[in-house]
Design a protein around this ligand. Structure first.
Ligand code: PCD
Length: 795
């Protein structure tokens, strides 16, 4: 009867449904200072926890003496691994089935690792106490470089793993090695380039924190924590602690940005919860900025080699890549467990390529664990960087227009659903239309002309034009292939329409600023013809919300969004019999009209009724034999992931005297299928592009030879500010996902995934005529200046 909103047809019925730029409901509390973040949670008798962290990157602990800390009046307890051991909490599993110390048991494996915890009556006392804990270290040689870690004489970091005598973490491969080698052997043209996707840190405004609150009266442990995935975190808490799952409640209140940083479980959460359980008092732990950067999940750190085999006229025959990955001290990558290299397999990108092969080796190093999906669906960012950079390398080798090389190789609209050579099933796409639109918006041909003019005139400012035509893969499940710690990756929605016609929707995902309280209400408004103002969305509380796998990998819209649409339709189905009853018509004679948001009697449109009007009937005048109430739940296991895409065009000016890079134009055309809220999408794109600029131009977590983190605070880890961000010109195309109930794909990550290669391609492009084929990120002025000098372009 109803296939859901169709492209371009769903807009603007005025009730706040699909396609309307409804103002964000949650902003009322955010902009009036009434948000409720973990650090806002206060409980009577609440204690404070501060962690003692190791100044060394690699050291055996000889002794920990907490007596001087305990001597302080307000210090209540000093906890070490020995204390946690008693409760079986000295170690915890990572999401990739490794075992990480909660508090260091024997050996420190990275600088800033958690060694002891001080619990005190206030935060200052806890901090004073932490400074008074005396730890005796036997300092060992550290290794913070993945290649060095794999050398024979490297110090062995993971001697806690039985029989482990090296720092090898894992190997992985995908595609057809032999066929790819053949294609390369016979190809007329081959190109290769090495590129480092440097170690980054997601930097949410709010750092991580938790309030453990054990209630001995109810025998229930409530943990308020900065969690992107409260349900799975509760399951893991139950499994590790032995506390029954129904006796644990995880609340993820307002979260000040997640960006993948709040997917893993960190020692601080466990310590706060355990301390509260033992002391029978609430315990708060909130980390500082440098603790966040130095010890929580980092992102990227993929050292990649890319190769393309092609014909002389630019047809790509094969792609090959080999990666050296730095996983830090534990394998604590936050991604579906069957994908040790995440979704890196998608490195053939938007192109129809017959053969591909990828291999990867990961190493342990004396650095914080991670490899989290920082605004990226599990290593897609790395994959997109690789292929979009390599296409530019190929274009330069062949002296072809990079837009032309892309056009020549794009998967064509009629080829979808498209199976990639590494086994991925793309749902839909129209890459050329998006590229053409972006080129037009950027005035591409005119800039190419201007670029040639400047080179001929030997001008002081070089012009560079960079393109990226990326494809993302978001929305994990399906459950059969994707799980987190064994739990299949579905998601959920629970919709209740109350007697007065207002609704509460609870979802299994947890927003961190994306605007779910608005957009999920819009899906229901669309499906039930209700006013968006009459719908409240709740999330982030395991006691009341249906189980879901959380918000990361842009999965909320593809999975929980689908669940919300399906649950709405279930409500509508039930409402239909009530409508028939109210309208005194046979159920078969009643139809739903999406535009007006009403049921009406076939052939008599004036006899109509809305769901809001029906709600009372579900409670006060239900048809005989019907269950009372008007609600529905759906758990949605997606049949496939969704593949959003886009084309970005970046135009830069480079000053040959200083190496300074200026953005002249920044065009982003995105396609996320049917759009729920264009204004929110625009905001998502702006934020992600800013993070892409940070990646390309500024950010890098660095270490010195002693394993000290030298890029571990905001003085040294540079985030872009308004000063570094240009005006963005955004555009869109709409290619619905054929399998999603409302045709939507994710969008939150696209800009961070798509923009770094466009920016690097632009900087390289400005210097390509002098033989420059690559510039490593972050492209700080000194890096660009060196490149200008080496290529003879410096003035
Ligand atoms: N949308 C619409 N339409 C469409 C799609 C979408 O409207 N078609 C919208 C929705 O609804 C939301 C948003 O938009 O609201 C987004 O979405 P998505 O894409 O689905 O996503 P989600 O899941 O929701 O989210 C997630 C993402 C991520 S992933 C990240 S990083 C980031 C982003 O999100 N983060 C953040 N964004 C953001 N924002 C903010 N504000 N904050 C934050 O934190 Mo990862 O993996 O985690 O790394």
């Amino acid at each position: 009867e109803d296939d859901g909103p169709q492209p371009e047809k769903h807009c603007g019925h005025g009730r706040g449904g699909m396609g309307e730029s409804v103002s964000r409901k949650e902003d009322q509390r955010f902009i009036t200072g009434r948000g409720n973040y973990v650090d806002d949670v206060k409980r009577p008798g609440m204690l404070h926890c501060e962690l003692v962290r190791s100044p060394h990157a690699h050291a055996r602990i000889e002794d920990i003496d907490g007596s001087r800390a305990m001597a302080l009046e307000s210090v209540v307890a000093v906890l070490t691994a020995d204390d946690l051991l008693e409760y079986g909490l000295a170690t915890m599993p990572t999401l990739m089935d490794d075992t990480q110390d909660v508090l260091v048991n024997d050996k420190v494996k990275f600088q800033s690792q958690e060694v002891a915890a001080v619990i005190a009556e206030d935060r200052y006392a806890a901090k004073d106490g932490a400074e008074k804990v005396e730890v005796e270290y036997d300092v060992l040689d550290p290794v913070v470089d993945a290649a060095a870690a794999l050398e024979d004489d490297a110090p062995v970091i993971r001697d806690d793993i039985e029989g482990k005598e090296d720092n090898h973490c894992l190997d992985w491969e995908t595609g057809d090695e032999e066929a790819t080698a053949d294609a390369f052997a016979n190809a007329p043209v081959t190109v290769e380039e090495e590129m480092l996707y440097q170690r980054l840190h997601p930097a949410p405004i709010e750092t991580c924190g938790a309030v453990g609150d054990y209630d001995p009266g109810k025998d229930k442990l409530t943990v308020h924590m900065t969690s992107q995935a409260p349900h799975i975190h509760r399951t893991l808490f139950a499994q590790v602690s032995g506390i029954p799952e129904h006796k644990i409640r995880i609340v993820s209140p307002d979260v000040g940005g997640g960006f993948g940083n709040k997917v893993p479980i960190y020692p601080g959460y466990v310590v706060a919860a355990a301390a509260s359980y033992v002391l029978e008092q609430p315990v708060k732990w909130v980390e500082e900025r440098s603790e966040n950067i130095q010890s929580t999940g980092f992102a990227r750190d993929y050292d990649m080699k890319g190769e393309i085999a092609a014909t002389e006229d630019g047809e790509i025959l094969a792609v090959r890549t080999d990666v050296l990955a730095d996983h830090g001290a534990y394998n604590a990558v936050a991604q579906p467990s069957k994908f040790p290299a995440g979704f890196f397999n998608i490195f053939t990108g938007s192109y129809d390529i017959d053969t591909a092969y990828g291999s990867l080796t990961a190493a342990y190093t004396n650095s914080a664990p991670g490899g989290v999906a920082y605004r990226c669906s599990f290593r897609v960012t790395e994959a997109v960087y690789l292929i979009e950079r390599m296409v530019k390398v190929l274009a330069d080798e062949l002296e072809m227009d990079p837009a032309e090389v892309r056009r020549k190789n794009f998967i064509q609209p009629e080829q979808f659903p498209y199976e990639s050579p590494t086994g991925w099933n793309y749902d839909s796409g129209d890459y050329e239309t998006a590229l053409d639109k972006a080129l037009e918006m950027a005035d591409y041909e005119a800039y190419r002309e201007e670029q040639r003019r400047r080179i001929e005139a030997d001008e002081k400012k070089l012009l560079g034009i960079g393109i990226s035509s990326f494809t993302e893969v978001v929305g994990a499940g399906p459950g059969k292939s994707c799980d987190i710690a064994g739990v299949e990756m579905f998601d959920s929605a629970d919709i209740r329409v109350h007697p007065t016609g207002k609704a509460t929707v609870r979802v299994g995902v947890q927003t961190q600023g994306q605007g779910h309280e608005t957009t999920f209400a819009q899906i229901v408004a669309e499906e039930l013809g209700m006013d968006v103002e009459d719908i409240t969305v709740e999330h982030g509380d395991t006691d009341t919300d249906p189980y879901g796998l959380g918000t990361y990998g842009s999965r909320s819209t593809p999975v929980a969004g689908a669940a919300t649409a399906v649950a709405s339709r279930k409500v509508r189905d039930k409402a239909k019999s009530i409508a028939a009853n109210e309208l005194e018509a046979a159920e078969d004679d009643v139809t739903w009209d999406r535009e007006s948001g009403e049921f009406h009697v076939v052939g008599a449109p004036e006899r109509s009724i809305t769901i809001t009007e029906i709600a009372a009937g579900a409670y006060m005048n239900k048809p005989a034999g019907e269950e009372p109430g008007l609600e529905a739940v759906n758990y949605y296991d997606p049949p496939e992931m969704t593949y959003p895409f886009g084309s970005y065009v970046v135009i830069v000016e480079i000053d040959r005297e200083t190496g300074e890079v200026d953005f002249e134009k920044f065009v982003a055309v995105d396609d996320c299928g049917n759009r729920i809220n264009p204004m929110i999408i625009e905001g998502q794109i702006h934020g992600g592009l800013a993070q892409g600029i940070g990646t390309a131009m500024l950010e890098h977590v660095t270490f010195d030879d002693n394993g000290n983190v030298t890029g571990g605070d905001f003085m040294n880890y540079l985030l872009p500010t308004a000063m570094e961000i240009p005006e963005f010109e955004t555009g869109h195309t709409v290619t619905p996902s054929p399998h999603h109930p409302i045709g939507a794909k994710g969008v939150g990550e696209s800009p961070t995934v798509g923009s770094p290669p466009a920016i690097v391609n632009a900087v390289v492009d400005a210097m390509a005529h002098a033989g420059v084929s690559h510039v490593e990120m972050p492209m700080t002025p000194d890096v660009v200046w060196e490149t200008l000098k080496e290529s003879g372009l410096a003035q």
